[in-house]
Ligand binder design. Structure first.
Ligand code: FUB
Length: 341
């Protein structure tokens, strides 16, 4: 199943309702959770920093986070809780606050964020609040042994928390093997397994890894690892995990081929078997998402660059209804740059 383009709606239309959530500002990379019956959105905050675009993503020079919340995703008021964390408040900060995520444990909220340190190396920080809407107070140091970007925290039904992370190219994942920094970045040959995302169980206090991060294997329909040259299906960045009918869905961005794909497994560590495309390319270069259930419906939160007329570093937050087929596969949603008939 390389692509599930069956029953696609006409060009430019979505099957379900779609909404831009923050029309007066640029927000991207939404991580979304339901806390205390309310939907909380944790996006990156894009702005016009004037840094020229390059393959390292230097133009994504974000310097703070806002939190948004609502109790009616498609029609309700979206509350902006304001700035909840700034680069200048983080003791080890260099630059670039990219995609974050938040988890709740015993009434405390933990924000996990990627940020380059003073040596321009991405590390993961933790910031803490007693409210889902923040503000969040950063810890003195990044998580020990952390690297790369795009954290997503998944709480399993048994109360164990797992953190997924990683992103290639500007996300620096190609600089690590077996959790050790390499002398030089290494990309596998096209016929070799693609660079895998990582997972680690979080320590009970939620502040550090509770184990050495492990590779998350994504396999094809024959049980073979997806290869580096299979760029329409291989992992690039933007991990997200949700559970549906007892199955674990690992979804991610293919980066330079601009798909949001998914793979399924029977436990949080994988392996995950590739199942198809959730979202075809959107206007803009990056594509990044989260999937959440609220009041009996499923939603895909993501971003595109339609409102900024295609400026890749000025992205706008969107939500679209997501639907499953009876066999548990996800119906493909057509992105705003998908011109395929
Ligand atoms: O927002 C900066 C980076 O762009 C994110 O970390 C990636 O996932 C991509 O969306």
């Amino acid at each position: 199943m390389n692509n599930q383009k069956t029953n696609l709606p006409p060009l430019g239309e979505s099957k379900g309702a779609t909404r831009y959530l923050v029309p007066n500002d640029y927000m991207a990379d939404p991580s979304v959770h339901v806390f205390n019956g309310r939907v909380y959105i944790y996006p990156s905050h894009d702005w016009e920093s004037g840094i020229p675009e390059n393959d390292n993503g230097d133009h994504f020079n974000m310097r703070d986070y806002h939190v948004f919340s609502t109790d009616d995703i498609m029609e309700g008021e979206i509350t902006d809780h304001g700035v909840v964390l700034r680069v200048e408040d983080i003791p080890w900060a260099g630059r670039q606050l990219w995609d974050c995520d938040v988890a709740e444990k015993d009434g405390t909220y933990y924000m996990y964020f990627p940020l380059k340190d003073k040596n321009d190396i991405f590390r993961m920080g933790v910031a803490i609040s007693d409210k889902p809407e923040g503000p969040f107070i950063p810890r003195e140091h990044p998580i020990m042994g952390s690297y790369s970007i795009d954290q997503a925290v998944f709480k399993d039904d048994d109360g164990t928390y797992y953190i997924y992370f990683g992103g290639i190219w500007g996300g620096q994942l190609q600089r690590y093997r077996d959790n050790k920094a390499l002398e030089c970045a290494e990309f596998p040959a096209d016929n070799q397994p693609a660079i895998p995302p990582r997972i680690a169980r979080l320590r009970d206090d939620m502040l550090e890894f509770g184990e050495e991060p492990r590779a998350v294997l994504i396999i094809d329909e024959n049980g073979e690892p997806i290869k580096a040259g299979d760029t329409a299906r291989r992992f690039f960045e933007a991990s997200w995990v949700h559970k549906y009918n007892g199955t674990y869905y690992f979804s991610y961005s293919t980066g330079d081929t601009h798909n949001i794909c998914y793979a399924t497994g029977d436990n949080p560590y994988g392996p995950f078997t590739y199942r198809g495309v959730i979202l075809t390319p959107v206007v803009g270069w990056t594509t990044h998402h989260s999937i959440v259930e609220y009041k009996g419906k499923w939603y895909l939160f993501h971003h595109d660059c339609v409102p900024s007329n295609g400026k890749t570093w000025l992205r706008s937050l969107k939500v679209t209804e997501l639907e499953y087929n009876p066999d548990g596969t996800i119906q493909t949603i057509r992105g705003t740059a998908d011109t395929e008939e």
